[in-house]
Design a binder for this molecule. Structure first.
Ligand code: ADP
Ligand code: MG
Length: 692
């Protein structure tokens, strides 16, 4: 027998005929390492060849797909300096013009003789044309309808590998390993949800004969992905629930006076969240709760309340922040808020050194330090708590699963409260943080000034600066945000360096501070405090000020290159203003060569001030991993499913997974053997991800 027939699912993909080490390298870039990965590679889209027309037959103003050969391709600029790619495509029946505006990236893409599949709307300008059509480069072999059917998968693009290469490799791999594919779901779930069996789904994924088959295949794989994701969460939740926790009793000794001396009344949302948290803390199981709320909704006070409940019960509490700037801010703000009730917060960060450090560590160990604020410096081994009862983590998306475990190991299963910086809608939160209980603060404190957001062009700079000057003149402060620190010849981005010079020249009558991640912590804190106290009026910054910073007197923000930031991140940035009762202004400076979709995204942000809606859109555009930080969470990536589009499937998968975990928590039943295997694989992968 030929050696090549010993291909197995876990073989490296380079052993598939026609791949080899070099092409395997390209495949690795899209996450394909083994034969198994290859046969689970989901096509980006499909082209239905039964809808491909001859050029002769296309009609004006109708959608059409054609296949042809490039005859001529050139790049130039239009009279108003927009880049234009102009090409002519021909088939045996005629030719048509292709135009792409504003796509300088396509400049060297097409050569005469290349085969292209093009779809779009047919328009007319001197002759029939496609403007900005969708296109696929295809191999000559793909220009004819193939035997399998008329629906052709188009795989994710890889440099150095054509769609044809991938199709051939998938055919070989699936042909040789099909027997080895193990069904992961029990019959009952397949039937209940009307899914295809796994091996059939994979066949239909790559070699469909109709678009219905591709949809059924995708459904099956999306369900799988969601189901195992939810099952992992269900298992984690069950594990957390099973540990003995602390039963706190809210005595009111501290909390009552705390609420009385606040300069404002709590909102209904805040009171509701507090009630939930207190009743969680009163249960014998450990609390694992996520507190969500839009920026500026007042989450800190809620966390403080929980902290005081722990203190009332003679336990210690920790409030962790993702950066030293934030920990420092907490220390300033909380010291003031808690002074009147006799609670002193202790701050421990990486910059606390020597004797001071030793003294605080000793106080934590003796229990004298009841409330400890800090950063991940609190996770170090040498720090031992006397009686740790509650861990609150602020702005958690920077925190990892490992860190959570490290902290939890410092107490006897302390209660755990996570405060989220990126608010996401309830259903989505339940899905992604299914192992945590959820509280949402819906309303913002009253009498908040509105935030007006406006897109401006570089050409509007003088008038925008003039406007900012009038606001500064009233005693308010401004943030100026840049995407990079240093001047860069290659990047064409405005930098902190360049902008600082410009701002100093434009606003000679005001003091300017500069802050970015390359300054040491002590200077950063000093600059932040200078700004907080109003010693500087303008702060030129990178996104180091993104989360949590609370300076109500800052009422203007100008963001250069907003297209460089995700929507959730932009919202965090904008959340730094509008924290007082004054109206605030956020300017987004864009240049005019933005891609239409990018402009659309920025203008969605301009029109929308709801953090939940923005996060949802951001997750849809960039995926949950990018927005919420999958590496930090150790969350498996959701690669195939779409949290919006597949919502119904997601809800079903979630219900099924949690029900199954209830029914057979250790997955011991024979029909669940494959599930157990798959869960172990995923846990193993997650572990690797965490270590890596
Ligand atoms: P975030 O939810 O973004 O973390 P904070 O907890 O920092 O928001 O609160 C933002 C600001 O609102 C703080 O200055 C805080 O003192 C104030 N604040 C909190 N709750 C209320 C309330 N109920 N009424 C008025 N102001 C409040
Ligand atoms: Mg906060």
């Amino acid at each position: 027998m030929n050696k090549k027939t010993f291909l197995r699912l876990d073989s490296p993909v380079q052993y598939v005929k026609g791949i080899g080490p070099r092409r395997a390298g390209y495949l690795e870039k899209i996450g394909v390492q083994t034969v198994q990965d290859l046969i689970r590679l989901v096509p980006r889209r499909y082209v239905d060849y039964s809808t491909v027309s001859k050029i002769r037959d296309i009609r004006l103003d109708q959608e059409a797909s054609v296949i042809g050969k490039i005859q001529l391709a050139e790049a130039r600029r239009t009279r108003n300096r927009v880049s234009l790619i102009n090409a002519v495509l021909h088939d045996s029946t005629g030719s048509i013009v292709l135009k792409w505006f504003n796509r300088p990236d396509l400049k060297h893409k097409f050569k005469p003789g290349d085969w292209l599949l093009v779809s779009g709307k047919v328009t007319f300008y001197q002759r029939p044309q496609f403007v900005n059509p969708l296109y696929e480069m295809i191999a000559e072999q793909e220009t004819v309808q193939n035997k399998q059917g008329s629906v052709i998968p188009i795989y994710p693009l890889t440099e150095g590998l054509s769609n044809w290469n991938i199709r051939r490799a998938v055919r070989t791999a699936l042909g040789q390993c099909r027997e080895e594919i193990i069904e992961t779901l029990p019959r009952s779930l397949i039937d209940k949800n009307g899914l295809l069996p796994l091996d059939r789904a994979l066949q239909c994924l790559h070699f469909p004969v109709s678009t219905e088959e591709t949809a059924a295949a995708r459904n099956r794989l999306v369900y799988d992905e969601f189901f195992f994701f939810e099952l992992t969460l269900a298992r984690r939740k069950a594990q957390l629930q099973n540990r003995p926790g602390i039963t706190f009793r809210a005595t009111g000794a501290l909390t009552k006076r705390f609420v009385e001396q606040l300069p404002f009344t709590l909102t209904h949302s805040q009171t509701d969240a507090i009630e939930k948290i207190v009743s969680d803390m009163a249960r014998p199981q450990p609390m694992n709760r996520l507190l969500q709320g839009d920026v500026g909704s007042g989450k800190t006070v809620v966390a403080l309340y929980a902290i005081l409940v722990a203190l009332e019960n003679d336990y210690q509490a920790v409030l962790m922040a993702p950066t030293e700037i934030l920990a420092e801010q907490h220390s300033i703000v909380l010291r003031e808020m808690l002074a009147r009730i006799g609670v002193e917060p202790y701050l421990l960060t990486g910059s606390v050194k020597g004797k001071e450090h030793a003294a605080i560590v000793a106080k934590i160990a003796s229990g004298e330090a009841r409330l400890v604020l800090g950063t991940h410096a609190l996770l170090e081994q040498e720090i031992i708590f006397h009686r740790l009862g509650l861990v609150t983590v602020d702005e958690q998306h920077r925190f990892g699963v490992m860190q959570r475990a490290a902290l939890v190991s410092k107490g006897i299963n302390p209660d755990f409260l996570v405060i989220s910086a990126t608010p996401i809608p309830r259903t989505l939160a339940l899905t992604l943080y299914g192992d945590l209980d959820l509280s949402i603060i819906k309303e913002k404190p009253p009498q908040r000034g509105e935030v007006v957001t406006k897109i401006v062009g570089e050409k509007d700079r003088a008038s925008t600066y003039g406007f900012i000057r009038s606001i500064l003149a009233r005693g308010h402060q401004a943030f100026i945000i840049c995407p990079i620190i240093e001047r860069s010849e290659t990047m064409e981005l405005r930098s902190v360096e360049e902008v600082t010079d410009e701002i100093c020249a434009a606003f000679p009558e005001f003091k300017v501070g500069v802050i970015h991640g390359r300054l040491d912590t002590a200077s950063r804190i000093e600059i932040m405090n200078g700004y907080r106290l109003g010693k500087t009026s303008i702060l030129v910054a990178t996104t180091v000020i993104e989360v949590g910073v609370d300076i109500p007197n800052a009422t203007v923000m100008l963001i250069f290159h907003p297209e460089r930031f995700g929507l959730a991140q932009l919202h965090q940035l904008r959340g730094r203003i509008g924290r007082g009762d004054q109206r605030s202004y956020c300017f987004l400076v864009v240049n005019r060569y933005l891609q239409p979709e990018t402009y659309e995204r920025i203008s969605f942000f301009e029109k929308n001030n709801d953090g939940f809606a923005l996060a949802q859109k951001d997750i849809r555009l960039r995926g949950p991993g990018e927005v919420l930080g999958k590496r930090q969470h150790g969350l498996p990536d959701i690669a195939i499913g779409d949290l919006e589009y597949d919502r119904e499937l997601l809800d079903r998968a979630r219900d099924d997974a949690f029900a199954l975990m209830e029914e057979d928590p250790s997955m011991n039943r024979p029909e669940h053997a494959a599930i157990r295997l798959q869960l172990d694989n995923l846990a193993h992968r997650a572990e690797l991800l965490r270590i890596g």
